[in-house]
Design a protein around this ligand. Structure first.
Ligand SMILES: Nc1ncnc2c1ncn2[C@@H]1O[C@H](COP(=O)(O)OP(=O)(O)O)[C@@H](O)[C@H]1O
Ligand SMILES: [Mg+2]
Length: 554
């Protein structure tokens, strides 16, 4: 029962003598039954207390009988709770609200049950809604859902140190968005793990499916390394090349650290571009040392800086085989038309997954796509009756801190997208193991944060940028398991919650397939509604058969 506390600092409860503190775990979801309200709360700390200081001075060593007598009365567990939401018991207005008061003394506290979870986090089967099961609470087998309609409205982040399950979580969330057809996703897939098969550390199921395997023609794979994609057996992966002339100085600016480019060198890039025109990179790469010196005599510029720039550009070209002096076909346009057609795109880097190569292609492509979205959106805003809004797009990037560091976030296209939010129907899903490297202003724009274990204090602070009352949640985050657990907080969930992430396995594939075929099956069902139970059973068997053929247990 509740013994003390305040709205600002959270509540304290005394544990019933029959319950062991050892069974309680930080992060659990509990319900406080107040007089007029129910308070949905999170367990944030556990401690040992006693009502009599002399017991502590003379502990009942080895006396099991005495210990059991004292337990629950003189010695007891104290638990800290943070109320997150309240629900008035008044039947008229059954609506979850932010907590504005606290329960009275001695209000009883219970563990949340399946109904409480469904009430707060939504029920997957609720028609017309987009609740999606992402896992289970720490100590129960009931689904915890997030609201995907809200999820796609803002930019989101998946954080956690390496090996905690970020990529798996990402696949689960993306599967939800694709299955419910809420937006298109464009994934810059640095490690080739979203399109086709990916590896798992789990020995009994060493391979997991990629999105193209789950969603077939709804997912289109583009590859910057066709050879590697072919070798991995991806059917109809499309090649993609980028021309030197598609590189802009902004791209080089982003790669300043990777390429050790000084401001002076970059300034010379502007001069070269101005004088040599659109194909300046090709032209500069072909110049001899003498020609460079002549250039600086005729125009402005510094010969040493230009030579450095030439060397750096040579490095770029060597590290990125997808770059061609000129490309006749506009591949980025092709990605755009897939998205406009409602498809989802995975861009694989194959063996071209060094950071430089990843950042360059990701930046160039996103800039083009964003420019197109701005045009489409503006046309729509001017004439909403006749021009449809562009298809919502969620862009997934990894190593996000490289694109969103405070030094670069102001200029880069990703900083722009994160800050302008969904104005142009484009949002980001950033995946990162070092959130402290991201500009705090960008972090505070992140709608929903899904965070697996982080150890570094700076990273933990970063995740909570702009979150009120985060002190208590820090303890929760620090106590999570190193794998397959996540703290979800923000716009897509009504209150913060810790989940054991849903397993990405054969059951998941089947559930996704079932939900996709659900609509057509439902139509058949309605037709058969008047049919005999026997006929209904036959239909169900048919559906299950179809699904298991689709996903044999391999
Ligand atoms: N939801 C999940 N379902 C199944 N296995 C998981 C899940 N989350 C994590 N794992 C296991 O943990 C390993 C690491 O997860 P991964 O997503 O690759 O980590 P990260 O991307 O954070 O480095 C996986 O190879 C897998 O074995
Ligand atoms: Mg990963």
């Amino acid at each position: 029962m509740i013994t003390q506390g305040s709205l600002s600092a959270g509540l304290e409860m005394r544990l019933d003598g029959k319950q062991s503190v050892e069974n309680l775990r930080v992060g659990r979801f509990v319900v406080i039954e107040g007089e007029n309200n129910r308070f949905f709360s999170m367990l944030t700390d556990v401690s040992l207390s006693s009502s009599n200081a002399s017991v502590m001075l003379n502990p009942p060593a080895n006396d099991a009988f005495l210990m059991s007598v004292l337990s629950g009365t003189t010695t007891f567990g104290t638990v800290k709770l943070q109320p997150m939401l309240m629900l008035t018991k008044d039947q008229e207005e059954r609506e979850l609200r932010p907590v504005k008061t606290i329960p009275s003394h001695f209000s009883p506290v219970y563990e949340a049950d399946a109904q409480d979870f469904a009430l707060v986090f939504g029920d997957e089967n609720e028609p017309g809604q987009a609740f999606f099961n992402i896992g289970q609470p720490l100590n129960m087998d009931v689904p915890v859902c997030i609201n995907l309609n809200r999820f796609i409205e803002r930019s989101n982040g998946i954080f956690g140190k390496s090996g905690t399950g970020k990529s798996f979580l990402n696949r689960i969330l993306l599967s939800g968005v694709i299955a419910k057809d809420l937006a298109s996703v464009l994934i810059f897939d640095m490690h080739n793990e979203y399109g086709w098969q990916a590896m798992s550390e789990n020995k009994s199921a060493p391979r997991v499916k990629g999105l193209k395997q789950l969603f077939g023609a709804n997912v289109v794979v583009f590859s910057l390394d066709a050879e590697s994609s072919k070798a991995r057996g991806i059917p109809d992966a499309r090649e993609l090349y980028i021309g030197y002339n598609q590189i802009e100085i902004e791209d080089l600016d982003l790669l300043k650290n990777e390429l050790a480019l000084s401001e002076a060198t970059l300034e010379n890039a502007y001069i070269a571009r101005e004088r040599l025109g659109q194909d300046w990179i090709s032209a500069l790469l072909d110049m001899t040392g003498e020609e460079i010196e002549e250039f600086t005599v005729s125009f402005k510029g510094h010969p040493t800086a230009l030579k450095t720039l030439q060397r750096r550009l040579n490095t770029v070209v060597q590290k990125t085989p997808y770059l061609r002096p000129r490309v006749s076909h506009n591949y980025i346009e092709e990605i755009l038309s897939q998205i406009k057609a409602g498809k989802n795109v995975v861009l694989e880097f194959g063996r071209q997954n060094n950071l430089l190569s990843y950042m360059l292609a990701t930046n160039i492509i996103t800039r083009r796509i964003h420019a197109d979205y701005v045009r489409q959106s503006e046309r729509h805003i001017c004439d909403p009756e006749n021009v449809r809004a562009p298809r919502k797009l969620m862009i997934v990037i990894e190593e996000a801190h490289k694109f969103l560091a405070p030094q670069v976030a102001r200029q880069t296209i990703f900083g722009i997208i994160a800050r302008e939010m969904r104005k142009y129907f484009v949002t980001l899903l950033i995946v990162d193991q070092r959130p402290s490297g991201i500009d705090p202003e960008i972090l505070s724009q992140i709608g929903t944060r899904v965070t697996a274990l982080l150890n570094d204090d700076k990273d933990i602070d970063a995740v909570f940028t702009g979150v009120s009352g985060s002190q208590t949640l820090r303890t929760v985050l620090a106590q999570m398991d190193p794998k397959q657990q996540a703290l979800v907080l923000g716009y897509a969930v009504p209150m913060p919650v810790v989940v054991r992430t849903r397993s990405f396995d054969t059951d998941f594939y089947k559930a996704v397939a079932a939900s996709q075929y659900g609509d057509s099956l439902n139509a058949d069902w309605r037709e058969l509604a008047s049919g005999s139970p026997d006929e209904k059973r036959k239909l169900q068997e048919k559906a299950e058969q179809a699904i298991s053929e689709l996903f044999p247990d391999d």
